[in-house]
Design a protein around this ligand. Structure first.
Ligand SMILES: [Fe+2]
Length: 127
Protein backbone atom coordinates (compact mmCIF):
# COMPACT_ATOMS: atom_id res chain seq x y z
CA UNK A 1 0.00 0.00 0.00
CA UNK A 2 1.43 3.38 -0.95
CA UNK A 3 2.11 5.89 1.77
CA UNK A 4 0.33 9.15 1.17
CA UNK A 5 0.25 12.31 3.23
CA UNK A 6 -3.35 12.55 4.39
CA UNK A 7 -3.55 15.59 6.68
CA UNK A 8 -1.54 17.95 8.78
CA UNK A 9 -2.48 20.36 11.54
CA UNK A 10 -1.96 24.09 11.08
CA UNK A 11 -1.88 26.32 14.16
CA UNK A 12 -3.88 29.49 13.74
CA UNK A 13 -4.91 32.53 15.72
CA UNK A 14 -8.34 32.27 14.06
CA UNK A 15 -8.87 29.01 12.21
CA UNK A 16 -11.96 30.25 10.33
CA UNK A 17 -10.12 33.26 8.96
CA UNK A 18 -6.99 31.28 8.16
CA UNK A 19 -8.81 28.42 6.44
CA UNK A 20 -10.89 30.87 4.41
CA UNK A 21 -7.73 32.74 3.42
CA UNK A 22 -6.04 29.58 2.14
CA UNK A 23 -9.13 28.34 0.30
CA UNK A 24 -9.79 31.71 -1.33
CA UNK A 25 -6.23 32.51 -2.35
CA UNK A 26 -5.58 29.03 -3.76
CA UNK A 27 -9.06 28.67 -5.25
CA UNK A 28 -9.87 25.52 -3.27
CA UNK A 29 -13.26 24.33 -1.99
CA UNK A 30 -15.01 25.84 1.00
CA UNK A 31 -13.41 24.99 4.35
CA UNK A 32 -15.17 22.17 6.22
CA UNK A 33 -15.42 21.92 10.03
CA UNK A 34 -14.28 18.60 11.52
CA UNK A 35 -14.24 18.35 15.29
CA UNK A 36 -12.11 21.23 16.60
CA UNK A 37 -10.59 21.77 13.14
CA UNK A 38 -11.49 23.78 10.08
CA UNK A 39 -10.19 21.76 7.15
CA UNK A 40 -9.16 22.73 3.64
CA UNK A 41 -8.60 19.96 1.10
CA UNK A 42 -6.10 20.19 -1.73
CA UNK A 43 -6.74 18.56 -5.10
CA UNK A 44 -4.59 15.55 -4.19
CA UNK A 45 -6.72 14.81 -1.13
CA UNK A 46 -4.48 16.22 1.59
CA UNK A 47 -6.28 18.27 4.22
CA UNK A 48 -4.79 21.15 6.14
CA UNK A 49 -6.58 21.09 9.47
CA UNK A 50 -6.56 24.53 11.06
CA UNK A 51 -6.90 24.74 14.81
CA UNK A 52 -7.11 27.75 17.09
CA UNK A 53 -4.34 28.41 19.55
CA UNK A 54 -3.69 31.21 22.02
CA UNK A 55 -0.06 30.19 22.34
CA UNK A 56 2.95 31.06 20.22
CA UNK A 57 2.69 30.01 16.60
CA UNK A 58 5.91 28.74 15.07
CA UNK A 59 6.07 29.65 11.40
CA UNK A 60 5.73 26.56 9.23
CA UNK A 61 6.14 26.17 5.49
CA UNK A 62 3.51 24.78 3.13
CA UNK A 63 4.16 24.45 -0.61
CA UNK A 64 1.57 23.84 -3.31
CA UNK A 65 2.20 22.49 -6.80
CA UNK A 66 -0.02 24.20 -9.35
CA UNK A 67 -0.28 24.73 -13.11
CA UNK A 68 0.97 27.78 -15.00
CA UNK A 69 -2.63 28.95 -15.50
CA UNK A 70 -3.33 28.55 -11.79
CA UNK A 71 -0.17 30.51 -11.03
CA UNK A 72 -1.60 33.48 -12.93
CA UNK A 73 -4.87 33.24 -10.98
CA UNK A 74 -3.38 32.65 -7.53
CA UNK A 75 -0.55 35.15 -7.89
CA UNK A 76 -3.16 37.62 -9.14
CA UNK A 77 -5.08 37.17 -5.90
CA UNK A 78 -1.87 37.56 -3.86
CA UNK A 79 -1.08 40.91 -5.49
CA UNK A 80 -4.73 42.00 -5.45
CA UNK A 81 -4.74 41.56 -1.68
CA UNK A 82 -1.57 43.61 -1.40
CA UNK A 83 0.27 40.73 0.26
CA UNK A 84 4.06 40.86 0.42
CA UNK A 85 5.78 38.20 -1.65
CA UNK A 86 9.29 36.96 -2.23
CA UNK A 87 11.21 34.88 -4.77
CA UNK A 88 13.03 32.99 -2.01
CA UNK A 89 12.27 31.39 1.37
CA UNK A 90 14.76 33.64 3.19
CA UNK A 91 12.71 36.62 1.95
CA UNK A 92 15.76 38.35 0.53
CA UNK A 93 14.13 39.01 -2.84
CA UNK A 94 10.91 40.93 -2.11
CA UNK A 95 8.51 41.74 -4.91
CA UNK A 96 9.98 39.05 -7.17
CA UNK A 97 9.03 35.56 -8.28
CA UNK A 98 11.51 32.80 -9.18
CA UNK A 99 11.87 30.62 -12.26
CA UNK A 100 13.37 27.60 -10.58
CA UNK A 101 13.26 24.36 -12.57
CA UNK A 102 11.98 26.23 -15.61
CA UNK A 103 8.69 27.13 -13.93
CA UNK A 104 7.46 29.89 -11.66
CA UNK A 105 7.42 30.07 -7.89
CA UNK A 106 6.73 32.59 -5.17
CA UNK A 107 6.43 32.77 -1.37
CA UNK A 108 3.85 34.73 0.60
CA UNK A 109 2.59 34.76 4.21
CA UNK A 110 -0.68 33.46 5.61
CA UNK A 111 -2.43 35.40 8.41
CA UNK A 112 -0.42 33.52 11.07
CA UNK A 113 3.02 34.04 9.59
CA UNK A 114 3.24 30.61 7.99
CA UNK A 115 5.17 30.84 4.74
CA UNK A 116 3.14 29.60 1.79
CA UNK A 117 4.72 28.74 -1.54
CA UNK A 118 3.29 28.07 -4.96
CA UNK A 119 5.37 26.35 -7.64
CA UNK A 120 4.57 25.22 -11.14
CA UNK A 121 7.41 22.67 -11.27
CA UNK A 122 8.48 20.31 -8.47
CA UNK A 123 11.89 20.96 -6.93
CA UNK A 124 14.64 19.39 -9.01
CA UNK A 125 12.40 18.68 -12.01
CA UNK A 126 14.25 21.13 -14.23
CA UNK A 127 17.20 18.80 -14.72
FE1 LIG B 1 9.48 25.01 -0.26
Amino acid sequence: MPVELNHTIVAARDSDVSAAFLAEVLGLGEPVPFGPFITVETDNGVTLDFIDTDGDIDSQHYAFLITEDEFDEIFGRVTQRGLPYWADPARRRPGEINHNDGGRGVYFPDPNGHLLEIITRPYGSGG
